[in-house]
Design a protein around this ligand. Structure first.
Ligand SMILES: C[S@@+](CC[C@H](N)C(=O)[O-])C[C@H]1O[C@@H](n2cnc3c(N)ncnc32)[C@H](O)[C@@H]1O
Length: 226
């Protein structure tokens, strides 16, 4: 079982466990950079993608093409009854709103807004974006805390877009895979940028070790099917 990187923060900065964890994380990141090309998954473009409704693109790094792919994943998992969708790392809620508006399934939006990319200001945007969407449930927790007492049932689509390094992405993929159903889609953002080499490596490792199908892969978003 992969360690939740946030659980390591309970140790003081100079505690040997925290020092060893961080040293290992840095080494993995370095190796991921060196072998960036070797961890690439092939491009896979889906034709006739769904139309994207109005989105304020200034509030998200997700591109229109990536959003179309997420909506595609949503549509092909729609038949998986009694399942929910999870977004890990919601920021200003642009994707949350887009997905929630396109389904009646529940979206569990996981984001602690404690720094690490999400501030109180971003939380305000997020709250405004999801207001009126009765199928969105916000878990103001880290990924590891949210999965601990999970009671929302099976997950058919998970969008992992929180911290973009190896240890966090690998943890999120492994932890959330445990609550996904057969046929579920795991979508990971920022998989093709050298500055997020660890994320690409984590996705590559999961693809190989979990025998997942490469469903779609436009630039910088990888969708794998269980
Ligand atoms: C790249 S943004 C998410 C963008 C969003 N998915 C979108 O489509 O616009 C990353 C978010 O991850 C959140 N975050 C950081 N660490 C996290 C963790 N351990 N668990 C869940 N969310 C986390 C940050 O608060 C931030 O809002």
């Amino acid at each position: 079982m992969t360690t939740d990187p946030f659980s390591i923060k309970r140790y003081s900065k100079l505690h040997p466990i925290r020092l060893a964890f961080n040293a290992r994380a840095r080494l993995i990141e370095q190796e991921a950079k060196w072998n960036f090309k070797n961890y690439a998954l092939s491009e896979k473009i889906i034709p006739n993608l769904p139309h994207v409704p109005h989105v304020d693109w200034s509030n998200t790094a997700v591109t229109p093409l990536q959003m179309q792919n997420l909506l595609y994943a949503l549509s092909i998992t729609e038949h998986l009854n009694d399942t929910v969708i999870v977004e890990v790392g919601c920021y200003r809620g642009a994707t949350t709103k887009c997905l929630a508006s396109a389904t009646s399934r529940k979206i569990i939006a996981v984001d602690p807004f404690i720094g690490y990319g999400g501030s109180d200001k971003d939380y305000e945007f997020f709250s405004n974006n999801i207001s009126g969407l009765s199928n969105v449930v916000h878990e103001r927790k880290t990924s590891g805390e949210a999965i601990k007492n999970w009671n929302y049932g099976s997950v058919s689509l998970i969008f992992i877009d929180a911290l973009h390094d190896y240890v966090n992405t690998a943890f999120d993929i492994e932890a959330w895979s445990r609550v996904t159903t057969k046929g579920a889609v795991l979508a990971m953002h920022d998989t093709d940028q050298i500055c997020f080499a660890g994320t690409r490596k984590a996705v590559y490792d999961a693809y190989k070790s979990m025998e997942l199908e490469l469903l779609a892969h436009p630039n910088n978003l990888t969708l794998l099917r269980k």
